[in-house]
Design a protein around this ligand. Structure first.
Ligand SMILES: [Zn+2]
Ligand SMILES: [Zn+2]
Length: 306
């Protein structure tokens, strides 16, 4: 709850003052009168093809005056009545392409969960956090990691119920019904127990297969190239002693080929290869964007920029 204190805040940082404004405007707008908007949609037919245009205007501004974050387009209302005949002034054909739906970001993913009735107000943000924390997704906009795809593939194959939206939705619905007093708590818990025990028993039976699929994927995502001296697999390794990450060979200790990596957050091995020596390029985050560098400190490319 928000309690106005009447105290004027001292010096605020830019983001703090934005947040303060948002809260104050929001608070005021709640107490003002409703806004009234008139909308008109015109459908007209030309040679059996339907054309539509719309307009709207704000008649009473009400709370809009207290809440500058929403914009209402005040397109003039088309001045036509039902049954009017309109003249065609010009015909233009335009060619446009549809674009794919944008990738999710954390906020739009939470909205999507809500739309699909998954999770509750209290748990949705936490669900998305968990996906990040476990490395199933990364970045913003969100990308699914190799591991994320792998987990879904493995579960789909062996215990598809675990990733079934319906199962989750069903549970959420029953919880909601308990809250509304329509269902008995004990009954629902018993039902859930039966279902979950069945699922987990099958999971347990397939544990090894699922584990194999996952370790194969992790193995694959860690392998970044071929060792130039022995043909082994190059992998990102973390030194137990120094806790530093570097690139090492899978045939260690027989092969001691290794390359240092910058110890910086966000360093990734790109899927591009060095045009000069063929070793993988490492992608390093800088203030503006990322740069690609060969992992081999002795590579000629170090002397020129890529
Ligand atoms: Zn090697
Ligand atoms: Zn190189």
């Amino acid at each position: 709850a928000i309690f106005p204190t009447g105290e004027i805040p001292g010096k605020l940082r830019k983001d703090e003052s934005k947040l303060y404004d948002l809260i104050v405007f929001r608070f005021f707008s709640v107490f003002s009168s409703p806004a009234k908007i008139r909308k008109k949609k015109v459908e007209c037919v030309l040679k059996n093809e339907k054309f539509i245009f719309k307009g709207s205007e704000v008649i009473e501004r009400g709370w809009i005056d207290f809440y500058p974050y929403v914009k209402f387009e005040n397109g003039a209302l088309p001045n036509v009545k039902m049954g009017d005949k309109l003249n065609v002034i010009e015909l233009k054909a335009e060619e446009k392409e549809t674009s794919p739906p944008p990738r999710f970001n954390p906020a739009s993913l939470v909205k999507e969960l809500e739309k699909r009735n998954l999770g509750t107000k209290a748990t949705r943000a936490e669900i998305v956090d968990t996906l990040y924390r476990r490395g199933y997704i990364e970045g913003n906009p969100i990308r699914v990691t190799e591991l994320g795809f792998g987990v879904i593939e493995a579960l789909k194959k062996y215990v598809p119920e675990i990733i079934s939206e319906n199962l989750t939705r069903e549970f959420e619905k029953k919880i909601e019904e308990i809250r509304a007093g329509k269902k008995n708590k004990i009954e629902v818990i018993d039902e859930a127990k039966d279902q979950l025990i069945d699922i987990f028993t099958r999971f347990k039976e397939k544990e090894e297969e699922i584990g194999n699929v996952l370790s194969e994927i992790i193995e694959r995502s860690r392998t970044i190239g071929t060792c130039p001296s022995c043909g082994g697999k190059l992998k990102i390794v973390k030194s137990k002693k120094t806790k530093k990450i570097f690139v090492g060979c899978s045939n260690y200790p027989e092969c001691t080929t290794s390359y240092p990596l910058p110890q910086k957050k966000g360093v990734k091995i790109s899927n591009k290869k060095c045009p000069i020596c063929g070793l993988p390029l490492v992608s390093i985050p800088m203030k503006k964007g990322r740069i690609l560098r060969c992992i081999n400190p002795e590579c000629e490319s170090k002397r020129t920029s890529l």
